[in-house]
Design a protein. Structure first.
Length: 332
């Protein structure tokens, strides 16, 4: 376990640990926390514990301390010594470890045994189906033969092939038929393994082409139950601005709250991607993917179209507006 000292600890009102901040958007955390008087500690898994794409990544500048994670007991001990009272995932790859650390530190958070629900598309779809919440049908597998067999059993006008792990910088691919599934599989399989450490992909029926992103923050309510607050809602490319005939905001909000409850989000930030259009008539919004972090990569905005993509900048939303609590697992 290694740490780098910081002389500004006494001036901070709190210390937050940012877990695995080597993904897109991770470099904006120090500035976001500093605006509210918090200092930050980067928790970096050692090389062997990282997905291949991030083996040689270094932490972005601005963190007061760095803790190298080699084992949970040592990491928790170091963070206690640094006075850490809040934990946030630096990206998709940090969610599971962040929840384990928060649990060991006694901070508010979901049980780490259910962590896949908060970043894995396959686990999310299965959970929603069990609870009777509308979601695209699909299969989570590392074998293309299984995906093709599922597609034969569930004919659809189109399919979406994506990494099981949401938040990875790997484009989902629209597949019209079995041939396209087989063609797209190898590159997507290798990319998923490289960026998430898992070769599992999810093949699902193609959701609606109108895509929406809902940013939320969750905190304990007066009765102790999770209270979800929508902090942002926007239409994503290629849908463009909210078009006439789009769903009412309250419909998207109501569905998002049901999803967050189903996925066990009990505190902190989450980003939810939804689909909605005439293809989903009668079912309302459908979950594309959810991530228990305030950032998601551009690749998750929409499947790769035949030509061209519209990208928007990615950053950490400022969810600190009073009287809301900070957007992480911790004690203010």
């Amino acid at each position: 376990m290694t740490t780098a000292p910081c002389s500004s600890a006494a001036a901070a009102v709190g210390t937050a640990a940012v877990v695995a901040p080597y993904e897109e958007g991770g470099g904006t955390y120090p500035q976001a926390f500093a605006r509210h008087g918090w200092r930050t500690v980067a928790v970096l898994p050692e090389h062997r514990l990282r997905p291949p794409a991030y083996r040689n990544a270094t932490p972005p500048a601005g963190y007061g301390d760095t803790v190298v994670h080699r084992g949970l007991r040592q990491t928790v001990k170091s963070l206690r010594a640094l006075g850490v009272s809040a934990v946030v995932a630096g990206g998709a790859g940090g969610i599971e470890l962040a929840e384990r650390i928060a649990w060991q530190l006694g901070l508010p958070g979901a049980h780490p045994a259910s962590s896949p629900l908060r970043y894995d598309r396959g686990a999310q779809a299965a959970r929603l189906a069990r609870l009777g919440i509308p979601a695209p049908r699909g299969i989570r597998t590392a074998r293309p033969a299984d995906a093709v067999a599922w597609a034969r059993s569930y004919p659809a006008t189109g399919y979406l092939l994506a990494p099981a792990a949401a938040g990875t910088p790997v484009d989902a691919v629209e597949c019209a038929d079995e041939a396209r599934i087989n063609t797209a599989w190898p590159a997507l399989w290798h990319a998923a393994a490289r960026y998430s450490g898992s070769p599992h992909l999810v093949l699902s029926e193609l959701p609606g082409r109108r895509r929406y992103t809902v940013d939320t923050v969750t905190r304990p309510g007066p009765d102790g139950r999770p209270e979800h607050v929508v902090t942002g809602l926007r239409a994503d490319a290629p849908a463009g601005p909210c078009a006439p005939g789009g769903p009412p905001v309250r419909v998207l909000t109501r569905y998002t709250v049901r999803v967050l409850d189903a996925l066990g989000v009990v505190c902190g930030p989450a980003t939810v991607r939804l689909a909605y259009d005439d293809d989903t008539a009668g079912r309302g919004p459908l979950l594309v993917c959810a991530l228990a972090a305030p950032v998601m990569t551009r690749a998750d905005e929409a499947p790769r179209p035949a030509a061209g993509r519209h990208h928007r900048s990615v950053g950490v939303p400022d969810l600190w507006s009073p009287p809301a609590v900070p957007f992480f697992r911790g004690r203010p």
